[in-house]
Design a binder for this molecule. Structure first.
Ligand code: UD1
Length: 341
């Protein structure tokens, strides 16, 4: 059985479906801080839509609980035989992390330490950790490779790097322990059923959920944070990756760590192609046939001008690469937003 922490979130829900498709049993824990219990039904529906398999609850379990609750976590590992953990739970707003840094250290770092302690109780020695492209220092040349200079510029990014280091250290000290550290770029898109997608309970400051709200009329225009960057059109450039590609990458990484007793993988998960904010807006307008009014405003504090990866190490180590185009990403996001409305 594979445990997904934070598994009712955007990325976790998609990973759960890919795991079930590969016949893994899945246990999700989530504290529902940024998701809702109804997500279990949505994952079930999306899974059944895609596979026509009505056996969902024989393979999928959900438990509400928090990584800061040690007795809950300990019981999870005593009650279930967990072969590996995919660790996604944590706080993820860069802006909020600057306002409340301690909350980020408590949830993201203490939460990870508690998880490792509970894994010890259950003798579980395999973990995939959801890290972020924001562990890299701003001054790197593009594309980013896994050995680019590290140096996060906000507390959120620092908690990711601290946790990476903790996992690396732990891996070094144990005779058997396998770790996959995956540094995500910018996941967008949705499941092919358009039943699950990016729909956090708390307000999101990310580009795609905002485009969704504008297209459906609940926000009037997009504030574009800066049009004076040294990029193709002056707006920021990011490596957007389809969330299903990202989820598939987790399956490849999981298979690798399951097959090896002492592995340490650190991989960037992106497409290798950067698109500007304006290029994404244009594509979103094209697929949705909705006009996205824009206003240029000043740069957002902490934003990078350009961020995209060299995806070749992931290909070399896992034989995995992202396949879906920007058009597919925007189309799936749009159909999800429309469906949810
Ligand atoms: C941010 C974090 C990243 C985190 C991710 C998910 C940084 C440097 N990166 O990515 O670590 O994993 O969120 O939470 O903080 N934009 C606008 N207007 C908007 C929203 C966004 O112009 O209303 C622009 C941004 O300036 C940026 C691009 O769109 O150029 C993407 O922004 P966003 O979706 O927020 O992701 P990142 O900032 O790249």
């Amino acid at each position: 059985m594979i445990l997904i922490t934070g598994g009712l979130g955007y990325i976790g829900s998609h990973i759960a479906i890919e795991l079930l498709k590969e016949n893994f049993k899945v246990l999700v824990i989530d504290n529902l801080e940024n998701s809702s219990i109804n997500q279990v039904n949505l994952i079930e529906k999306a899974y059944e839509f895609e596979t026509k398999d009505c056996d969902f609850f024989h393979k999928f379990r959900f438990l509400e609980g928090d990584l800061l609750n040690k007795s809950f976590l300990g019981n999870v590992f005593l009650s279930y035989k967990i072969d590996a953990v995919i660790h996604l739970a944590g706080l993820k707003s860069v802006e909020d992390s600057v306002k409340n840094p301690l909350n980020y250290y408590v949830s993201n770092v203490f939460g990870s330490i508690n998880l490792l302690q509970a894994m010890k109780t259950g003798n579980t020695k395999k973990i995939i950790f959801s890290s972020s492209a924001c562990v890299y220092a701003p001054k790197n040349t593009m594309p980013l490779s896994e050995d680019s200079t590290l140096g996060p510029i906000n507390p959120y990014g620092n908690t990711k790097l601290v946790t990476e280091n903790l996992l690396k250290e732990y891996h070094k000290c144990l005779s058997t322990f396998s770790v996959g550290i995956l540094r995500y770029f910018n996941p967008i898109g949705s499941h092919c059923s358009h039943i699950i997608g990016d729909s956090p309970r708390n307000e999101s400051a990310n580009l795609m959920p905002i485009l969704g709200k504008i297209s459906l009329g609940s926000i009037k225009h997009l504030n574009i944070f800066g049009n004076d960057y040294a990029t193709i059109d002056g707006t920021g450039v990011r490596d957007f990756i389809h969330v299903v590609d990202l989820a598939r990458g987790h399956i490849s990484a999981l298979q690798k760590i399951l097959s090896e007793d002492k592995t340490l993988l650190t991989l960037n998960f992106g497409t290798g192609v950067g698109y500007s904010v304006l290029q994404v807006v244009k594509m979103f307008q094209e697929v949705s046939k909705e006009k996205i009014p824009i206003k240029y405003c000043s740069r957002r504090a902490g934003d990078l001008s350009i961020s995209y990866t060299n995806p070749s190490l992931a290909m070399e180590m896992l034989g995995w690469k992202a396949e879906k185009s920007l058009q597919e990403m925007c189309n799936d996001s749009w159909l999800f937003f429309k469906n949810k409305n």
